[in-house]
Design a protein around this ligand. Structure first.
Ligand SMILES: [Zn+2]
Length: 426
């Protein structure tokens, strides 16, 4: 039962009214001075203790709710409707009559169906989405209510039931944090235990005008290195992962029933370990950028796996770390804390000298040391790359800081770039 944080997205119901934000989101622009409409969402997962009568009522409601949602989705799919209001007129009556849902729960089932169909159309799915009987129940402001003493009141087909939220310190603090607005919730049953996932939203703070850019290089030896030279969790993570990899290989070779079961367990463990590590690193990076009032610059996702300089025995590690997740975590935490994020093309960032701009493969002595063949500057490979990334971000015209926008192209190129051009001409 931990708080599950999701990437930020606008209120779903208000999506139509937020078209400008959606466009900005589409292009990965998280920083905009002209308008300020972005919203962060987080979800808090709480265990719900219920007596047996309430449990039975919820199970019955769960089944009816999901069958009703499947029915609504089928209608929407057949009649090519994705608008909730249009769908309402054709499904509301039958939903209530056939499945015995109350007025509000019928609307929630309709909403879920409409959203699923819309998503399926967007993804160009060939089949209509359906919902299993043990899928979650959606609750909105009118169908559930948080009460005093950590209780929650939930709508069911047979009236309201009251459950007791089982909260730890962290969950209580997060749930009752008044700077966040409580929205809808999903009621989930896992292994006969009910969990309420409460969504909260908060308008993102106006980003500070950045005073510089903190470049971040993602890599193998150090998962992240910033342009100040700070490195985040390198050797220790690698050690743990190497040990686990060997363990997995032994199990794969054994290939007994028990070994296969153990492998499934380990897969979950590895995923949780990566997620935790990514959370820690992204939090540190965003906090540092916020303190220094800087923007964050990361390499574009494509660069991570396509870089040619990964040695054969390191390919496994390079391919298996969840860098995409790390980037996502950095993005949403930065948006929530008002830190602008920029993505840059990482080409040559590990080969170019951050002092003089000379680019060559043999600048890189080995995994960790970089010595420029032109000016002799020596640095750590990752730090050098992080400095290059921050430079590129500063020079990217569309990402220029708001106070210098328009001026970026008229300024002379920085020292590194100018010298780099001269080198090429020689
Ligand atoms: Zn150099």
């Amino acid at each position: 039962m931990s708080s599950v944080e999701r990437s930020p997205k606008p209120f779903r119901d208000a999506e139509e009214r937020r078209a400008p934000f959606r466009v900005a989101h589409l292009f990965g622009v998280y920083y905009n001075t002209a308008m300020h409409t972005s919203v962060s969402t987080r979800t808090i997962c709480c265990k719900v203790a219920l007596d047996s009568a309430a449990d039975a009522a919820l199970r019955a409601t769960q089944q009816a709710f999901n069958r009703a949602a499947s029915y609504c989705a089928a209608v929407a799919w057949e009649q090519k409707i994705t608008n909730k209001n249009k769908l309402h007129t054709s499904v509301y009556g039958p939903t209530r009559a056939t499945y015995g849902l109350g007025a509000q729960l019928a609307c929630c089932a309709r909403d879920r169906a409409a959203e699923a169909v819309r998503r399926a159309r967007q993804d160009q799915c060939a089949t209509c989405p359906t919902f299993c009987d043990d899928n979650s129940i959606r609750y909105d402001a009118r169908t559930y209510r948080l009460m005093s003493l950590d209780r929650v009141s939930l709508n069911t087909m047979s009236g309201r039931v009251v459950g007791q939220l089982v909260l730890g310190d962290f969950q209580r603090r997060t749930l009752y944090d008044t700077s966040w607005t409580i929205g809808g919730a999903e009621l989930v049953r896992r292994a006969n235990v009910w969990y309420l996932h409460v969504a909260q939203t908060k308008a993102d703070p106006e980003p500070d005008e950045p005073t510089g850019v903190l470049g971040v290089d993602l890599g193998l030896v150090n998962l992240a290195t910033d342009s100040d030279g700070e490195q985040y969790r390198g050797a220790q993570v690698q050690q743990i992962r190497a040990r686990r990899f060997n363990h997995r290989r032994r199990l794969q070779q054994a290939n007994t029933r028990r070994a296969r079961w153990r492998l499934r367990q380990l897969a979950g463990k590895e995923a949780r370990f990566q997620k935790h590590t990514n959370r820690v690193i992204s939090k540190k990076l965003v906090q540092k950028a916020k303190q220094q009032r800087k923007a964050l610059a990361l390499e574009d996702l494509k660069g991570i796996r396509e870089r040619a300089t990964v040695r054969r025995n390191q390919r496994r590690q390079r391919a298996s770390w969840a860098f995409f997740q790390l980037r996502q975590f950095v993005s949403y935490k930065a948006q929530r804390d008002g830190v602008p994020v920029r993505f840059v093309d990482p080409r040559d960032t590990s080969r170019r000298c951050s002092c003089c701009g000379y680019t060559a493969k043999h600048n890189r002595r080995n995994q960790s040391s970089f010595v420029c063949r032109s000016c002799g500057a020596a640095a750590n490979v990752d730090v050098n790359a992080a400095v290059n990334i921050s430079r590129i971000a500063v020079n990217q015209p569309h990402c220029a800081a708001p106070d210098t926008s328009g001026g970026a192209s008229t300024k002379p190129p920085p020292l590194g770039v100018r010298l780099f051009t001269q080198k090429r001409q020689q």
